[in-house]
Ligand binder design. Structure first.
Ligand code: ADP
Ligand code: ASP
Ligand code: MG
Length: 411
């Protein structure tokens, strides 16, 4: 008998009907003789609605209270799912993250899982019950406070639980058929990928492919838990994210991200220690930076630009302004209307010319590149937000990632 971990996303548990369908699948898996642990997200857009609600009460809500509020979303869906499974004559019990023994650090809103004890989960499984865990949440054992892992965190809960309980794999049920070569909502001819390596999926997820949270992929890679991303609406095979893949595409896909903004500190005096002076206070404030660009100095001064999540951009602006004043820089500009497009593929390491093709494709579309960053298997460009979808489509077409191109190759 094997242990199966299944995670159902917000759309998959978005209504009583859908919860019934999910319960059918859970009851069937249990009926096949497997131990089943389920991780659920909040129903539909509940998390977004709760965030909006909080912001109508307080413009910058205390993080602890946000975690108390958001975890309520998953508490609703886990209890309803357990009821639906019970109705099918299969014993089920729901647990909050805390009851499941998901221990985290103290960072409200972006907590990291440090240990999963899972005592009550194992006991319930031993009693033959299906266990349903509220995703995205944990508890800081030192302060005894409820924490959340951040947006998309139920994916991380699921893969971490699979690793802690020794499951062979983790199933992520969602509203698309798997991981595509680009977001299928933007690129209609995006192709479903059958297999993708942890390294490539990590780059895709970190670059904004929201189908899997990047920390879930990190867990998968660290503990070697293959992840099967698939649709909750039918039984077809989805995408396997795993260590070694048969497919070795040069380019895996195009990802995009609208969640960041760009800050430029203008005309900073160019001498040693200036970059540290700009970035140390941002780090102390816990602001996560993504891209950083500093140009060659002219006339003894230079511009420094960086991107940071929109959610922390006001704080970043205030800090950067204070630093600019202290350093005698000209000032600070903030651009909120930017987006990032990224091309990901393990093959680009050994294929020259990929970067040049990215730049010429965007230039042919008349899209201006504001910033560039690369890793060995990713090229990212910051562009105007209004041209982001065009940039995704153009790169997807230029690198022939779609269905049509695939058919031509196999014909
Ligand atoms: P869930 O609620 O199941 O966790 P999410 O909304 O978090 O679902 O993730 C699924 C969504 O991710 C899809 O509906 C799709 O629009 C988006 N997405 C972005 N990039 C990709 C990609 N490369 N492949 C598949 N889906 C993607
Ligand atoms: N409900 C949370 C969110 O919307 C967690 C998740 O769905 O993974 O981010
Ligand atoms: Mg998700």
């Amino acid at each position: 008998m094997s242990l199966i971990v299944q995670k159902y996303g917000g759309t998959s548990v978005g209504s009583p009907d859908r919860i019934d369908r999910v319960a059918d699948r859970i009851a069937e898996t249990s009926g096949d003789g497997h131990d089943v642990v389920v991780v659920v997200s909040a129903m539909g857009k509940t998390t977004d609605d709760l965030i909006d609600l909080a912001e109508t009460i307080h413009p910058d809500p205390p993080k602890r209270e946000m975690d108390m509020l958001l975890t309520a979303g998953e508490r609703i869906s886990m209890a309803l799912c357990a009821m639906a499974v019970e109705k099918r004559g299969v014993g089920a019990v729901s647990f909050t993250g805390s009851q499941a023994g998901i221990l985290t650090d103290a960072s409200h809103g972006s907590a990291r899982i440090v240990e999963i004890t899972g005592t009550r989960v194992k006991e319930a499984l031993a009693e033959g019950r299906v266990v349903i865990i509220g995703g995205m949440q944990g508890v800081d054992p030192l302060k005894k406070e409820v924490t959340t892992l951040g947006r998309g965190g139920s994916d991380a809960t699921a893969v971490a639980v699979a690793a802690a309980l020794g499951a062979d794999a983790c199933e992520i049920y969602t509203d698309v058929d798997g991981v595509y070569t680009a977001d299928p909502r933007i690129v209609p001819d995006a192709r479903k990928i059958d297999e993708i390596s942890f390294a490539e999926m990590l780059e895709m997820a970190a670059a904004g492919a929201g189908v899997l949270m990047s920390r879930a992929v990190e867990f998968g890679r660290r503990f070697n838990i293959p992840i099967h991303v698939r649709s909750s609406f039918h039984d077809r095979t989805g995408t396997w994210v795993k260590e070694n893949t048969m497919e070795q595409a040069v380019i895996s896909g195009v990802a995009h991200d609208r969640s960041e903004a760009k800050v430029t500190v203008r005309s900073v005096p160019d001498h040693p220690g200036v970059a540290a002076a700009v970035f140390e206070p941002l780090a102390e404030a816990g602001i996560n930076l993504d891209m950083i660009v500093q140009n060659i100095a002219r006339d003894g001064s230079t511009d420094i630009s960086f991107t940071a999540p929109i959610s922390s951009i006001d704080k970043a602006e205030t800090i950067a302004k204070a630093t600019a004043e202290a350093l005698g820089a000209e000032g600070v500009s903030v651009e909120r209307g930017v987006g990032k497009v990224s091309l990901v593929g393990a093959g680009m390491k050994s294929h020259p010319g990929v970067a040049a093709k990215v730049f010429s494709t965007l230039s042919d579309e008349g899209i201006n590149i504001e910033m560039i960053s690369t890793s060995t298997i990713r090229i990212s460009c910051v562009v105007d937000a209004t041209r982001l979808d065009d940039a995704v489509k153009a790169l997807h077409a230029a690198f022939e990632l779609g269905e049509a191109a695939e058919e031509v190759v196999t014909a």
